[in-house]
Design a protein around this ligand. Structure first.
Ligand code: GN1
Ligand code: MG
Length: 362
């Protein structure tokens, strides 16, 4: 790997001598490395190297175009804000396709800390502020210039249709193991699909959204724990604002990890939900419609069921999409998300009440 990293660094004209590299294993799709160079007169300089998963992102050049548009826009509008900068190759591109067809990009490394899970409600509120702010900053960005890099990425109805079609085909012979999960998803299929159907019919505003609002996609200052920058811009596309909210709370308000196998520890934490809602809604409430606000909880439920369906589907077709750390990892992930979805449903009225209270009283 050292030789690969070294040769990629050369393509991006990184000066100095490659000193060390470490894999960052948080993502489920791309491969990311923190790479340190020793440079004359500068000392140690850190970069982020990423190999984009081209099975998932079939047109990676389009992703880079999207990212370029969005980061340039933010950079121009808010020149003092930290943004991601991508390095150019000799031929002036912000990516490099190696001989083995691997797609590489190199950006600045922002010294920071991220939170996978935290009990600190003020960090959770700040995460909400960061994603809400991100959406606000892009409110006047022309979304029509963005490519839809993964078509129907958050089209819950289609995701569920795919799941049931794959369960029918059952290429790995695993469908018999997941009958209970399929039955549950079938029982909530209409409810979980509702918003995506309304969105497709043009009844819900089409906004520029992040589409992967996990808490660890916000970088925080190590000392002050204030948000510095929102990262992972691969899935920036037109979408539903409330799904960004929902995706964030299904991750941050989980009392356990996203892939917890001990389901007795998996709950949807209402205090964490309130903290995130305060941060997010505080930033976006004047731009969201009443209908969007009224459906934030349904969106949280829907995207949780959607992700469960995506994990379950990947399990059924033989684990080809998400990186797995052990056999059955996708099934564990799916069960965890389903447990969470059920708990959101149990707390549905309380969560809606919290949203109303946050909108009125902050
Ligand atoms: C994937 O690789 P990562 O962690 O950024 C996935 C998201 C899922 C997430 C679940 C392009 O994101 O949609 O919510 O895993 N990204 C893609 O952890 O499918
Ligand atoms: Mg991502």
């Amino acid at each position: 790997m050292f030789e690969t990293i070294k040769s990629i660094g050369e393509k991006f004209r990184i000066p100095g001598k490659l000193y060390s590299f470490d894999a960052i294993t948080l993502g489920n799709i791309n491969s990311t490395y923190k790479v340190i160079y020793q440079q004359e007169n500068v000392g140690f300089q850190t970069y982020l190297f990423q190999r984009v998963n081209t099975v998932v992102f079939k047109e990676p050049v389009k992703i880079m175009e999207n990212i370029d548009h969005v980061t340039s826009f933010i950079c121009k509008k808010y020149p003092n804000q930290i943004t991601l900068h991508f390095h150019h190759t000799d031929s002036g591109e912000i990516y490099y396709v190696a001989e083995d067809d691997c797609f590489w990009r190199v950006s600045n490394y922002v010294e920071s800390v991220t939170f996978n899970s935290t009990e600190d409600l003020s960090v959770i509120e700040s995460t909400g502020e960061a994603f809400g702010n991100f959406q606000m900053q892009l409110a006047d960005f022309d979304g029509s210039i963005l490519h839809e890099t993964i078509p129907d990425f958050h089209n819950t109805k289609k995701r569920l249709d795919v799941l049931f079609a794959d369960a029918e085909r059952d290429v790995c012979g695993r469908a018999c193991e997941v009958k209970a999960e399929l039955d549950y998803i079938q029982s909530v299929r209409a409810t979980a699909s509702e918003l995506s159907i309304r969105f497709a019919n043009g009844e819900i505003p089409n906004r520029v959204t992040h589409n992967d609002t996990k808490a660890n996609n916000v970088l925080f200052d190590r000392r002050t724990h204030r948000p510095l920058v929102v990262i992972d811009l691969d899935t920036i596309m037109p979408g539903m604002a409330m799904y960004d909210f929902g995706d964030a709370v299904r991750f941050i308000a989980n009392t356990s990890e996203e892939d917890e196998s001990d389901l007795s520890t998996v709950y949807f934490d209402t205090a964490k939900f309130r903290a995130f809602a305060r941060g997010f809604i505080g930033k976006v409430k004047d731009s969201l419609t009443q209908d969007e606000i009224d459906n934030l909880v349904l969106a949280s439920f829907s995207i949780t069921v959607e992700l469960a369906a995506r994990f379950l589907d990947d399990y059924l077709v033989g684990d080809t999409y998400f990186k797995c750390k052990y056999p059955g990892h996708n099934l564990v992930r799916a069960r965890c998300q389903l447990k969470l979805a059920k708990d959101i449903m149990n707390k549905y009225d309380e969560l809606n009440w919290i949203v109303r209270d946050v909108v009125q009283n902050g």
